[in-house]
Design a protein around this ligand. Structure first.
Ligand code: ADP
Ligand code: MG
Length: 317
């Protein structure tokens, strides 16, 4: 099987079709036609086996997650996903593995109508680099620098499940329905694309939670020159997480759990009523967990008392 057979069989066959792709896979470049009046939001993320996902992760989940984490970056900017390229390095030609990888990838690509427009296929240890592009109104981008003292801090969904899923896999915990739920949250993160697009109607600063709520919130604070106070009692968690912790959540672990890919964002207090209406109408769960301050530090409160929690996001080096 040659590289070209692989390209034709596995990559060229993706089902999504878009009129703005003038030339797709098969030439030296793709040719794309962005809508007039929009800017492009572009992002790249690499997933390395054993670093970004456990080596035991099934091919279908690897395909799904590789695209999901990239779409999540577009979501955190408020962009509308359009195109994706896929550079994949494989230890060997394993057609059954590739078939399943593309099944997971295409499931999410179809859901978000993103077209695979090119890539690269090489031999090496398993690693996936994806580049996504989406359309955006640059004045409404959810830049990290947009937070101001007094803004409220929100998250979508629940926090901490993926961290439990990862711990369970790495430590061979005996599975049960709660742990299985957390593993699915780890392996199949749901990029909050719709939430991101809705947020762009407000003066919102956003980030997707890939490294841990605390460090990711600090990225917003650093970019905005602000501090933050969050209330642990308000952090939304799932029933599975509560079961796992016997109703005594370990906040040090939860606030430093990566891989949830929920959005953390800030919103001016006077825009919050409108924000809640929009999110409720679209059935998107958001929870206010604190507020932005002018102190430059991030403080965690529990029962109105300051608790010391060390930010420990993942650092590759
Ligand atoms: P070149 O040598 O010009 O870089 P390649 O032989 O690497 O071209 O790729 C041929 C075509 O197949 C190109 O259009 C490229 O974008 C596409 N392609 C290669 N690998 C992938 C992949 N993993 N996913 C999607 N498209 C791919
Ligand atoms: Mg190439």
């Amino acid at each position: 099987v040659s590289e070209f057979d692989l390209i034709n069989h596995f990559f060229k066959t993706a089902k999504v079709n878009r009129d703005d792709v003038l030339l797709g896979i098969g030439d030296d470049c793709a040719i794309l036609s962005p809508p007039s009046g929009k800017a492009l939001a572009v992002s790249t993320d690499t997933l390395i086996s054993g670093v970004h996902f456990p080596e035991s992760t099934c091919a279908q989940d690897v395909g799904y997650k590789s695209l999901a984490v990239n779409l999540s970056d577009l979501a955190a900017m408020g962009a509308d996903p359009a195109w994706v390229s896929l550079a994949i390095s494989l230890p060997e030609v394993n057609e059954a593995w590739l078939e399943k990888f593309m099944l997971g990838f295409n499931e999410l690509a179809t859901e978000h109508n993103v077209k695979l427009i090119g890539g690269d296929t090489t031999q090496g240890s398993l690693s996936i680099t994806i580049n996504v592009s989406g359309f955006i109104d640059p004045h409404r981008a959810l830049k990290r620098s947009r937070a101001k003292p007094g803004d409220l801090i929100f998250v979508t969904g629940d926090i901490g499940d993926a961290g439990i899923g990862l711990y369970a896999i790495l430590n061979d915990l005996i599975s049960n329905q709660y742990i299985d739920f957390c593993m699915t949250r780890l392996n199949r993160p749901r990029p909050q694309v719709k939430a991101g697009k809705l947020l762009s109607d407000f003066r919102v600063a956003a980030i997707d939670i890939s490294d841990g709520l605390l460090v990711d919130l600090q990225h917003i604070c650093r970019a905005s020159g602000t501090g933050a106070v969050i209330n642990l009692d308000k952090i939304p968690v799932s029933d599975s997480l509560l079961q796992y912790y016997n109703n005594k959540p370990d906040w040090q672990a939860i606030l430093n759990a990566g891989d949830d890919y929920e959005l953390c964002f800030t919103c001016p207090e006077n825009e919050c009523d409108a924000l809640f209406s929009v999110m409720t109408a679209e059935k998107i769960d958001i929870t206010c967990i604190g507020n932005i301050t002018d102190t430059g530090i991030t403080q965690c409160l529990q029962n109105d008392k300051v608790v010391g929690i060390k930010p420990k996001g993942y650092n590759h080096f």
